[in-house]
Design a protein. Structure first.
Length: 194
């Protein structure tokens, strides 16, 4: 059975987006690119929420025609063009990007069915809203969190929705030269407020 894994950059105080919805606080460099490539190697299908999907759809296909694109960008664009993509959205009518499955209703049932198919893991890239929904449905098996050396003070947390207590088991961690701590956790126990 495949796992559903969340891959998210977070600040030291637990925010996935700053108060303006931005990500410019992430110290993105070649080392983080290489780590992201390791994550992509584990993936059969990326999972996105509507906002992230539309952002990806508007950017990555154009990279294929960009003669100045880096090796990393070109390889990622080619992978995204062909891989089966999953977008979770209750407001989209259809997904236009090549090889995309739109999950509009019965999210839990659809994701459980996808997890039961053979292959590599499903990975939620960013998409804090969809991640929160899947978290509340207890569908996320592992958390790949890159903890960035920054305190934002406010922003959007990936763990909203009345969560009282979350117990995670650390599977691995390593520190990148930029100060980012790349961690992998699995869920142990979760309690929601009634």
């Amino acid at each position: 059975m495949r796992k559903l894994v969340l891959f998210m950059h977070v600040s030291l105080d637990g925010y996935a987006l700053d108060s303006n919805g931005g990500l410019d606080w992430i110290p993105y460099n070649e080392e983080l690119e290489n780590y992201a490539e390791e994550v992509v190697a584990e993936v059969d299908s990326p999972v996105y929420g509507r906002t992230t999907y539309q952002m990806m759809e508007s950017y990555w296909p154009s990279v294929l025609d960009d003669p100045n694109a880096s090796r990393h960008a070109m390889e990622h664009a080619k992978w995204l063009q062909d891989v089966k993509k999953i977008v979770i959205s209750g407001t989209m009518d259809k997904a236009k990007w090549n090889n995309t499955l739109l999950v509009k209703d019965k999210v839990a049932e659809e994701i459980k069915a996808l997890k039961e198919q053979p292959g590599k893991n499903l990975v939620i890239f960013g998409s804090s809203g969809a991640a929160n929904t899947l978290f509340e449905l207890s569908l996320i098996d592992e958390y790949l969190l890159t903890i960035c050396p920054v305190i934002l003070g406010s922003g959007k947390s990936i763990f909203g929705g009345g969560v009282e207590k979350i117990r995670l088991k650390l599977l691995s961690s390593r520190t990148l030269k930029s100060g980012i701590i790349a961690t992998r956790y699995e869920m142990e126990k979760i309690s929601f407020e009634k």
